[in-house]
Design a protein around this ligand. Structure first.
Ligand SMILES: [Zn+2]
Ligand SMILES: [Zn+2]
Length: 278
């Protein structure tokens, strides 16, 4: 059983890989299941149908996923590939404590049309990591503290998600290098306790290997902590944006999870977890 639960397509602002092609490639890769998780980042990107004020890249406005066109195309591919692969509808929400109302409204509006929602902390106070704005003027300790405080604030107030995405993402954007896990263990434990109590899960994002972090995101210590706190719901995803990413390192992640004592990975249908044993 192979299920890639973190996949972007041309319906995300940072990918041009057509959804149809992703689905066909997934069949060729012998994936059993694939969940599309297109980007929505309130606060830093406008809605696709109201692009006023959007940043332009390559002549196109950078906006949130065009929900209707995305879900329609997904339905079309479901019919076309019926019986060959299971395709799930998901979103990756970049959630901030300042955009909770918008995120809640969207998840409510799309309801059961969504199988799966990743909650990611992509920006804090509308400042993004990828361009260095969030890190500017902050010491390493402050970068990590602000990142995890925001995450804690989000999970304390938001229930509209399935799993917490790439929990230690900030490691990838830390200009100071590695930061000892021990210094964030307490706040990460508090976050995980809340995730578990709410019946939510976490993802293992395999792109950390691609980016040369030498580990998945989150790192092994966080997976051990999650296990020790009683967490069982884990999805695995490649965070694919291009053909060479699709389905990458899924088996390696399954092996690590099995070694750590997890019994399987999770898939989702209409928001409900469906555990799959190794
Ligand atoms: Zn992400
Ligand atoms: Zn992603």
């Amino acid at each position: 059983m192979l299920a890639d639960y973190h996949v972007h397509t041309g319906f995300s602002d940072d990918s041009t890989y057509p959804l149809e092609q992703v689905a066909l490639d997934a069949v060729r890769l012998n994936l059993d299941e694939l969940c599309f998780t297109e980007h929505v980042d309130y606060g830093v990107k406008p809605e696709w149908n109201e692009p006023e004020g959007a940043r332009f890249e390559d002549g196109h406005p950078v906006t949130n996923c065009p929900y209707e066109a995305y879900l329609e195309e997904l339905d079309r591919m479901r019919e076309e590939l019926d019986g060959r692969i299971t395709l799930r509808a998901g979103l990756e929400l970049g959630v901030q404590t300042t955009t909770l109302a918008q995120n809640k409204a969207l998840v409510e509006r799309l309801g059961k049309r969504l199988d799966f929602v990743i909650c990611s902390i992509h920006q804090v106070g509308n400042l993004e990591y990828w361009n260095g704005e969030f890190q500017r003027g902050r010491a390493q300790e402050e970068i990590h503290a602000a990142y995890y405080e925001e995450m804690l604030g989000v999970v304390e107030a938001f229930r509209g998600y399935s799993v917490l995405g790439h929990l230690d993402l900030i490691r990838r954007y830390d200009p100071f290098g590695d930061y000892p896990f021990e210094r964030v263990r307490d706040v990460v434990a508090e976050i995980l306790r809340r995730v578990i109590a709410d019946g939510k899960g976490i993802e293992v994002n395999t792109s950390g290997i691609r980016y040369g972090l030498g580990d998945f995101q989150p790192r092994r210590e966080i997976l051990e902590l999650y296990r020790d706190l009683g967490g069982t719901l884990v999805t695995v995803g490649s965070d694919s944006h291009a053909p060479e990413h699709l389905g990458s390192y899924l088996r390696l992640a399954y092996r690590e999870l099995a070694e750590l004592g997890f019994e399987g990975v999770c898939t989702y249908e209409k928001g409900e977890p469906r555990p799959m044993r190794f």
